[in-house]
Design a protein around this ligand. Structure first.
Ligand code: THU
Length: 134
């Protein structure tokens, strides 16, 4: 969460003013930070979680993802409800979980307050569409 907070402080979210930071721990001990990257053409931006997992996939191919911490909320607020990853991020992340055949644990919080935990992506996104259908 400390790493996720640093990532959040570096988010680029001038349009929504909702900053998200995450930290992804890999099996080799490397921690990848991600934050939301917005764009004047709104749909061209990307969520923090996908920034992190795609950076991991690009730079550490084949290294398992162990856990991710996420912190999010309106910039400058004391938002205290745990913020779970959006559906598109869940789908993107579950691809890596099913590929590595090991759960990715998730911890998520608001800007302050309680941390929620999920044992795996598939717990957050049951009945996933993955490569067994292709
Ligand atoms: N956002 C994330 O970074 N992760 C999520 O799981 C949900 C939403 C970002 C996208 C956008 O920059 C801002 O939060 C408001 O939706």
């Amino acid at each position: 969460m400390r790493e996720a907070s640093i990532a959040r402080s570096q988010a680029y979210a001038p349009y929504s003013n909702f900053s998200v930071g995450c930290a992804l721990l890999l099996e080799n001990g490397v921690v990848i930070r991600g934050n939301n990257q917005e764009n004047a053409a709104y749909p061209s931006g990307l969520c923090a979680e996908r920034v992190a997992i795609f950076a991991a996939g690009a730079n550490y191919p084949g290294v398992a993802m162990v856990k991710m911490a996420i912190t999010a909320g309106p910039v400058g607020s004391k938002f205290d409800k745990p913020v779970p990853p959006c559906g598109a991020c869940r789908q993107s992340m579950v691809e890596y979980e099913s590929r590595q055949e090991k759960s990715i644990e998730l911890f998520f919080m608001g800007a302050v307050g309680k941390v929620a935990r999920s044992r795996s992506l598939s717990d957050l996104l049951p009945l996933i569409f993955d490569n067994k259908y292709l």
